[in-house]
Design a protein around this ligand. Structure first.
Ligand code: COA
Length: 288
């Protein structure tokens, strides 16, 4: 039969099947004699300690170890069964999630990241190292955030957006340390499937259109249309980028631009408004 307790040795960090805290195991030694019935009851309620040879060890009920083996942002109890359950998302042990937050299934939060209260993170998002998400930020599904990105209150990021390493968002246009402007946070919207290049800066109050592409190091000061490629400081449109991330060639006689990778056709419905003729912007990419 499996030992009901695990012995944790603080010196070696070893976990081994342990004796019962009542001292009935092979080498177990009672630290303070207690009546048998009281001892048994105590054993089911709290940790105890004993020694193996001359090593001090803590005896942990096996069920408690299962609980302690994982680090959860939320209490891992299943209300229906009273058993520990693994949450559907992953938080690295060096990261913090301040409750309350809503985090979708399959999302991964990596080293030294910090999610502040009242954030909503969708499903299957990846937050790399050292990502800070300020209160009330909303992320859709499948948002990928590279290292060292700070997302400030007022930001909404839609599904499938890609935020490159060290890109910068702002939320106050005219910050002054002496003046509190917390109520003046401006809204910034990164729309579905958009890419923000490494080190780009997005000045607050702007909307980055669907599948827009912000080149590395660009400083975005005004709205970016769907599929537009913008580069430079300040960012200017340099062309169009396909949904698959390829620069679109010049339009043909009918105004159609074909993605060199997929052949999908794009056309400006009106000046400055590009749409894909072969796949709706609202639909996810077909599974390959
Ligand atoms: C904007 C970008 C998509 C352009 O790629 P491209 O179409 O292959 O462009 P090219 O490399 O052919 O360069 C074309 C011209 O644009 C310039 N250029 C390219 N990227 C630029 C940028 N980010 N900012 C300013 N100018 C840029 C090039 O210097 C070149 O100029 P030239 O014609 O005077 O020589 C790409 O450079 C970029 O910034 N990608 C983002 C990468 C990134 O941040 N990834 C994050 C995840 S790691």
């Amino acid at each position: 039969m499996r030992a009901p307790f695990l012995a944790y040795n603080a010196r070696s960090h070893a976990l081994t099947p342990g004796p019962s805290p009542g001292g009935r195991g092979e080498k177990g030694r009672r630290r303070s004699p207690k009546p048998q019935a009281e001892d048994d009851a105590h054993a089911h309620l709290s940790h105890s300690s004993s020694s193996f040879g001359n090593e001090e060890v803590a005896l942990i009920p096996r069920c408690a170890f299962v609980y302690l083996s994982f680090r959860f942002a939320d209490p891992p109890w299943s209300p229906s069964r009273g058993l520990p359950v693994e949450p559907a998302y992953f938080v690295h042990e060096s990261a913090y999630v301040d409750p309350p937050c809503e985090i979708g299934e399959g999302t991964k939060i990596w080293h030294f990241s910090h999610i502040m209260p009242n954030c909503t993170l969708g499903k299957r998002c990846i937050l790399g190292q050292n990502v800070v998400v300020s209160p009330n930020v909303v992320l859709g599904n499948n948002v990928k955030i590279q290292n060292n990105v700070s997302l400030y209150t007022g930001l909404v990021v839609e599904d499938d957006a890609f935020l490159g390493p060290s890109c910068v968002f702002t939320n106050i246009g005219n910050p002054r340390s002496e003046i509190v402007r917390r109520h003046l946070y401006e809204k910034t919207l990164v729309r579905r499937g958009a890419t923000i290049g490494a080190n780009a800066t997005i000045v607050c109050g702007t909307t980055i259109g669907r599948f827009a592409f912000i080149g590395a190091g660009a400083v975005v000061t005004k709205d970016v249309p769907d599929y537009a490629l913008v580069i430079g400081v300040p960012a200017r449109q340099a062309g169009w980028m396909s949904r698959h991330g390829y620069r679109l060639p010049a339009p043909d006689a009918e105004g159609i631009m074909k993605c060199p990778q997929t052949g999908w056709r794009y056309r400006e419905a009106e000046k400055g408004k590009l749409a894909c003729l072969d796949h709706s912007e609202d639909m996810p990419l077909p599974a390959v």
